[in-house]
Design a protein around this ligand. Structure first.
Ligand code: A3P
Ligand code: MG
Ligand code: MG
Length: 390
């Protein structure tokens, strides 16, 4: 059907060992059936202002422009306004979902999962994750599961105190976004040469980086039988914004490919690029290849839906059907597990590469660690809790 972005394929059968564990899927078996994934449809958009205020407008929307050849991604590093690392609270997404629901006139669609896109990307790409473990907090209220990433204090500190080299590399991604975007739709698809940034100009610079500012899209989709509401940042649009996801563009940087090993590494990275974009219905990924020193070498456009075909049979190969089948099993497993609990329960999910997923029910003492005092019930903001229970 039109709505299915992926053909029905095959399923990896993950064994469920015991009540509260889901084993890592076997990657050596062909997948015999994969659940359908519905084309995401956009519900609402919003912006975060420089002072990190959530606004229901498109003030943070950016328009794609071609970056200049050989652009220096080190430009403006000293003027970077860096958003502090924080726990991945779901509040902004719930504000948007709540606002969208007011337009529904009492209809109450049965949503199985509400989550930021980054969390769903982690879940779906887990079958190919060989290194990084992750944890989630999960609550289930009236049949809807809410996911948030759980970061330990140590992990949060690690992310805040990046090594200078890592911090600079992270900046390169944002700098690329500046060179590739403009705050106004531009007919010639180029920045006015060097004029857009006043005294701190570099040719094609789109303005100094402020990572507080984000434009976000919230979509509704369906994986197998589960309706899912997903929110995430969209880097820019190509041409004019028409109110849907058709011309959304994801911007990415990567080291220039200089040999077979680099190529295989890049193909592995494409898995995350693919699902990150696929989940929000972003059809295009614009990649800037750079030198280790931060100078742009080449750029390449990827059509999101074509990426799986591109990596098929290659050394870094992966199969999106394995991920969708796993994601469907993961959701079913969690649904069955948390069904036995009660409304205010918070569950802690731990994913360990090559092992699988375990779940524990946090007791009230632990829950106090994930909540922010009286203003939350579990990890949900109290205003939202009262709204859905009112
Ligand atoms: P690149 O992806 O080009 O490296 P996104 O691509 O999701 O729009 O994110 C924009 C940039 O944020 C990334 O650009 C990267 O520089 C930085 N970034 C995103 N996730 C990160 C992470 N987990 N650690 C460090 N930097 C990250
Ligand atoms: Mg982004
Ligand atoms: Mg990006």
């Amino acid at each position: 059907a039109e709505d299915d972005l992926l053909p029905t394929g095959k399923v990896a059968k993950a064994k469920i060992e015991g009540d509260c564990a889901l084993a890592f899927p076997s990657l050596s078996h062909p997948v015999s059936h994969s659940p359908a994934f519905q084309r995401p449809s956009q519900l609402i958009t919003f912006s975060y202002s420089p002072s990190r205020v959530l606004q229901f407008d498109d003030s943070a929307l950016r328009y794609f422009v071609n970056p200049p050849h050989g652009a220096d991604l080190n430009h403006g590093y000293k003027r970077w306004t860096r958003r502090p690392e924080e726990r991945g609270r779901i509040d902004g997404l719930l504000s948007a979902w709540s606002r969208f629901k007011t337009n529904l006139n009492g209809q109450n669609p049965e949503i199985g999962v509400i989550s930021w896109r980054g969390v769903i990307t982690k879940i779906l790409t887990a079958p190919y994750e060989e290194r990084d473990a992750w944890e989630l907090n999960v609550m289930c209220v009236d049949g809807t599961m809410y996911f948030e990433e759980h970061l330990s204090d140590a992990r949060l500190k690690e992310k805040s105190d990046l090594e200078p080299r890592q911090l600079l590399q992270s900046y390169y991604g944002y700098s690329f976004e500046s060179y590739c975007t403009s705050s106004t739709p531009n007919e010639r698809n180029q920045h006015a040469s060097g004029s857009s940034s006043g005294t701190s100009g570099a040719v094609g610079w789109g303005g100094d980086v402020d990572t507080n500012v984000q434009w976000c899209s919230v979509v509704k989709t369906k994986l197998g039988d589960t309706r899912i509401v997903i929110g995430g940042e969209v880097d820019c649009v190509r041409g004019r914004y028409t109110g849907n996801t058709d011309n959304f563009v994801e911007l990415k940087t990567s080291l220039s490919i200089r040999g077979a090993q680099d190529e295989a590494r890049f193909e592995k990275k494409l898995l995350k690029f693919y699902f990150q974009s696929f989940l929000l219905g972003v059809p295009e990924i614009f990649v800037g290849f750079r030198k280790p020193s931060g100078y742009l070498t080449t750029t390449q456009v990827f059509q999101t839906v074509q990426i799986p075909r591109l990596v098929r049979g290659k050394p870094g190969a992966w199969d999106p059907n394995v991920c969708l089948a796993w994601g469907d099993q993961f959701i079913t497993f969690l649904t069955n597990t948390v069904r036995g609990g009660s409304k205010g329960n918070v569950w802690r999910i731990k994913f360990t590469p090559k092992i699988g997923v375990s779940v524990i029910l946090l007791d009230d003492v632990d829950v106090r660690d994930v909540e922010g005092g009286e203003r939350r019930v579990g990890f949900l903001p109290r205003w939202y809790w009262e709204e859905i229970n009112g």
